[in-house]
Unconditional design. Structure first.
Length: 346
């Protein structure tokens, strides 16, 4: 029986069980997720063309992206195929016979939903986000850097979790907004124990060799969209400063990281270009600062407290070599006109 879920700011009616409680009450689903029987190859027709083969950072499954007339098929080899029909706001899932249900759900919440968000005019970014004093702090980093751990540390100091791994930005004329998503974190068992989230979380899934999936309690937010205070580009201290990303600007790093994570690089230029330009424009209009994560959970907790303790006009001591995240320009954000910004090459 199909259930209603909230995921990445969308209301889904899904045959596939997601690893958190169904949404309360009734509502009109924005996306329909239909579970099919039979092999994923049945979703492909002679009109489909394979446009990319890549290995996403988020899982060991090899991903193939096929384009057809009016749809896209994402084939995670050995797991499932996902057929996306944007005009119908439909996702069809054809799992392999031995596919793990939790893995099916995790793949659904990765590139398939990110593409649906992109087609709805939103900007999915590979990041975690927390809310504090009515504003959103967004932590951008490659997989495994520690953005979920830093977000959890902020929760320990009273911040509210907005999103983990996929953060949805809604560009607007007065600046970008961050949408509140399901407050679910993926943490290592050690991080969960060291940070002592305690009564703040409920374990949804715990399996040997996998990260623990926890539902974090969140106070009622004043709004489902919060203004973006700052983007922090994270790196580990041992890897050198996040600023050291070759010749790329931080804006380019954020755009390329998200595009690679969600397989947007496999899209045709007509669809990929607007995402890259819009992401770069959002980043350019927001303080985007490099932030080195310290070693140890105690130091991470101290860093989280330092980040949250600074109000507007104060220097952000936790951010080395970057602008203060509190000195945000107040000018209006404008989407660049066609040809107004150079497209990032991949």
């Amino acid at each position: 029986m199909a259930q209603l879920y909230r995921a990445h700011s969308l209301l889904l009616r899904s045959d596939l069980a997601l690893p958190w409680p169904a949404a309360c009450g009734r509502g009109r689903a924005q996306v329909r997720v239909r579970l099919l029987r039979g092999p994923g190859a049945a979703l492909l027709s002679p009109a489909h063309r394979c446009v990319a083969e890549s290995e996403p950072h988020s899982s060991p499954s090899e991903l193939e992206l096929w384009r057809g007339p009016g749809d896209v098929v994402l084939n995670y080899q050995g797991v499932a195929a996902y057929r996306l029909v944007p005009d119908e706001q439909l996702i069809e899932v054809a799992p392999e016979s031995d596919a793990c249900a939790s893995l099916l759900a995790e793949h659904l919440l990765d590139t398939p939903l990110a593409l649906m968000l992109l087609w709805r005019g939103l900007l999915p970014v590979h990041a975690s986000a927390v809310a504090h004093k009515g504003e959103a702090l967004v932590f951008v980093a490659p997989a495994g850097t520690g953005k979920s751990t830093l977000a959890a540390a902020c929760v320990c100091h009273g911040a509210a979790l907005l999103a983990d791994d996929v953060t949805v930005l809604a560009p607007g004329e007065r600046g970008s907004l961050v949408r509140a998503c399901q407050p679910v974190l993926r943490l290592s068992e050690r991080a969960l124990g060291e940070l002592r989230l305690g009564e703040r979380c409920q374990v949804l899934r715990s399996r040997p060799g996998e990260k623990v999936l926890v539902l974090v309690s969140r106070p009622e937010l004043d709004a489902c969209q919060l203004p973006l205070r700052a983007l922090y580009f994270l790196s580990r201290a041992r890897d050198g400063a996040a600023r050291g990303q070759g010749d790329l600007s931080l804006a380019e790093c954020v755009a390329r990281l998200s595009a690679g994570m969600f397989a947007f690089t496999a899209l045709p230029p007509a669809e990929r270009g607007p995402f890259l330009r819009a992401t770069a424009a959002v980043v350019a209009s927001t303080p985007c600062v490099p932030l080195e994560l310290p070693r140890g959970f105690s130091a991470t907790l101290d860093l989280a407290a330092d980040l949250l303790s600074h109000g507007r006009g104060e220097s952000c001591r936790a951010v080395p070599g970057g602008r203060s995240a509190t000195d945000r320009p107040r000018g209006s954000w404008r989407r660049p006109a066609a040809g107004g910004a150079a497209e990032l090459e991949h």
